[in-house]
Design a protein around this ligand. Structure first.
Ligand SMILES: Nc1ncnc2c1ncn2[C@@H]1O[C@H](COP(=O)(O)OP(=O)(O)O)[C@@H](O)[C@H]1O
Ligand SMILES: [Mg+2]
Length: 271
């Protein structure tokens, strides 16, 4: 189970201003990437973090994975605080980041086993687990190939197997279907649906996306993120009821772009 409470993170982005024909460095710009993100993701459920590009999904998940420290707020994994006990929290999580980052000179199997050993597994156990995951993800034919030259779908499967090697109870995926074709997307969905069931381990799965159809097909509950804030959460049915819409795309647009609509209306009224 993953709980995130009032998370916030600013970045200082370097900026330049134009003076005549030249550009000068000026005071850094404060980017409020995450301002107030809160949600709770239970075991045996797929929780979708849905938001437009730039909403703060990746920044939130990078904080959860211990890659950057939050300015405010708290996060826990199975009750373990991520900031004060990062090693214990991370050991309970499998993270598929948006970068995928595989070692190109290693085979798929070596990528998976190496990561398992970094997680403290015995070599034999990591190999056995690589075999089992390759079976589940239908990637046995890839195991002995070096990963450079892998297609997007093949990279995703390898990165997912690597994230799952230590059999974590919590699985965190940042836009996992980006760049995947329809078959690879279906294979991923099937794998996540299986991992959610009791036979699959009843995992807690958190999944970010900007695609509402993805959420409708896969997620048990949805957290809508916009401008660095959680703006709504519930099942697809609950979000439809809340907005009074019949179509989930309409509901999402209404929830995620409420601020833009308000500004546009104000501008219209002023004109
Ligand atoms: N390292 C960084 N430095 C400066 N700004 C950043 C950095 N990372 C993210 N941002 C900004 O924070 C905002 C949220 O980004 P991100 O979390 O990647 O959104 P999403 O994953 O929802 O598309 C964006 O405006 C982005 O430009
Ligand atoms: Mg992102």
């Amino acid at each position: 189970m993953i709980t995130i409470d009032s998370l916030a993170k600013n970045f200082l982005a370097p900026s330049t201003t134009k003076r005549g024909l030249s550009f000068r460095r000026s005071a850094p710009h404060v980017v409020k990437a995450v301002q107030q993100v809160s949600f709770s993701a239970p075991n045996g459920r797929i929780t979708g973090l849905l938001g437009p590009n730039g909403a703060g999904k990746t920044t939130t998940l990078r904080m959860l994975a211990g890659l950057i420290t939050p300015d405010a707020g708290s996060m826990s994994v199975d009750g373990i605080d991520v900031v004060s006990r990062p090693r214990e929290a991370l050991a309970r999580m499998g993270v598929l980041s948006d970068a995928r980052g595989l070692y190109p000179r290693l085979s798929a199997r070596e990528n998976i086993v190496y990561y398992g050993m970094l997680q403290g597994m015995e070599r034999e156990a990591a190999h056995a687990r690589a075999e089992a995951l390759a079976q589940m993800l239908e990637m046995k034919a890839l195991l002995e190939r070096r990963t450079d030259g892998f297609s997007q779908g093949e990279r995703m499967k390898t990165a997912l197997a690597r994230a799952l090697v230590h059999d974590p109870a919590n699985i965190v995926l940042d836009e996992p279907t980006n760049g995947l074709d329809v078959l690879a997307t279906r294979a991923l969905r099937d794998a996540l649906r299986f991992l959610r069931t009791p036979e699959g381990g009843g995992k807690c799965i958190v999944f970010s996306t900007h695609i509402m159809q993805e959420v409708e097909r896969l997620c048990d509950s949805v957290v809508v993120v916009s401008h660095g804030r959680t703006v709504a959460s519930g099942t697809v049915g609950e979000l439809l009821a809340q907005t009074g819409e019949e179509d989930f795309e309409e509901a999402f647009v209404e929830l995620a772009f409420a601020e833009e609509f308000k500004q546009a209306r104000a501008a219209g009224a002023a004109a």
